[in-house]
Structure formats: C-alpha cells, structure tokens
Design a binder for this molecule. Structure first.
Ligand SMILES: CC(C)(COP(=O)(O)OP(=O)(O)OC[C@H]1O[C@@H](n2cnc3c(N)ncnc32)[C@H](O)[C@@H]1OP(=O)(O)O)[C@@H](O)C(=O)NCCC(=O)NCCS
Length: 143
C-alpha cells in the first residue's frame, strides 16, 4: 500500500539518498534541491512516498504563488523501486488528495520530457491546455 509521510528528522537523510537512474537525472531535480526550494517557497509541500513501510520516492506539489492553482512539481521513484506500479499509485493518491480541496477544479503539471512519465500522466487524464511557459508545455487535469 502506498502512503505519504511528512519529511522530518526521522527520514530526511533517507529521502535525500533516494535517486533516479543516470539517464533520468535530467528529468527531475534532486530531492535535496526540492527540499531546499520548499524552505524558501513555503507554498511547496514535500512528501515522502512509502510502500508497505519502505521509503520508495518523493513528490512535491503546491498552490502556485502567482496563479493560486495546484501544480504538481516533482515526482520520483528511486531507481531500485521503479516499474512496480508505485509511481502510478502515488500520482493517483496525490490527485485524490488535491481533489479533496473543492475550492479548486484543476491540477497543472509540466509535460515531462520523460516519455514514461508523459504516458503515465496522460493515462491519468492530464492533457495539454495549450499554454507554453518558458518553453515547457502545460498539462492540466480538470476535476
Ligand atoms: C516516472 C516515474 C515516477 C514512474 O514511476 P514508476 O513507479 O517507475 O512507474 P510505474 O511502475 O507506476 O509505471 C507507470 C507507467 O510508467 C511506464 N513505465 C514504467 N516502467 C517502465 C519501463 N521499464 N519501460 C517503459 N515504461 C515504463 C509505463 O507506461 C507505466 O504505465 P503502465 O502501468 O500502463 O505500463 C519514475 O520512473 C521516475 O522517478 N522517473 C525519473 C524521474 C521522472 O522522470 N519524474 C517525472 C518528471 S518530474
């Protein structure tokens, strides 16, 4: 079962040690970078991803400072635990969590360069909304 946990003194160092494969490093910032970013951008919410009590990944989302809408900014599953369905389950869980906020109706994400991730997001209902911001295609999921 996939579960989100806060990042605190119990797991910070383990979350920082999670990593993606060499060929995937260009697709996602390191968790160290993301956690540092969240310190300065308090709207960013960092969560660690556990599967049956084992730490497998990391995600970060926010209500954007400028457009005040939900954005999923990071998703990574450690190299060792990829292709077991955890990334998909974590995205579904995160979408469900955001959907609980009835004041909002849309979740944004940038089109990933990683084709696995692109396929995953499209399967979950994300589609291009027509905007390109700083060269990146914006995907949205309306709920
Ligand atoms: C993208 C990522 C989060 C997916 O997590 P995952 O746990 O490995 O993926 P899942 O096992 O849940 O599979 C989800 C989809 O990914 C694709 N996928 C997973 N493993 C794959 C593989 N070995 N080959 C091809 N596609 C694969 C499949 O399309 C799969 O969909 P399916 O269930 O219909 O087959 C993970 O691979 C990752 O951390 N990648 C590096 C970081 C990154 O690119 N993050 C996204 C941009 S921020």
């Amino acid at each position: 079962m996939i579960e989100f946990r806060e990042i605190d003194r119990n797991n910070l160092f383990d979350v920082i040690k999670l990593g993606v494969a060499d060929g995937q490093k260009e697709f996602v910032a390191t968790n160290l970078f993301s956690i540092a970013q969240a310190k300065a951008f308090p709207e960013c919410i960092c969560l660690s991803i556990y599967h049956d009590d084992i730490l497998v990944g990391f995600t970060m989302y926010c209500i954007d400072y400028e457009d005040k809408e939900y954005w999923i900014s990071r998703l990574m599953i450690d190299e060792k635990y990829q292709s077991k369905g955890y990334g998909k389950a974590a995205m579904e869980k995160l979408i469900d969590r955001i959907k609980e906020d009835k004041k909002h109706k849309v979740i944004y994400i940038f089109e990933p360069e990683n084709t696995w991730a692109k396929h995953l997001y499209e399967k979950l209902g994300f589609a291009a909304d027509g905007r390109v911001i700083e060269g990146e295609v914006v995907y949205k999921l309306e709920y």
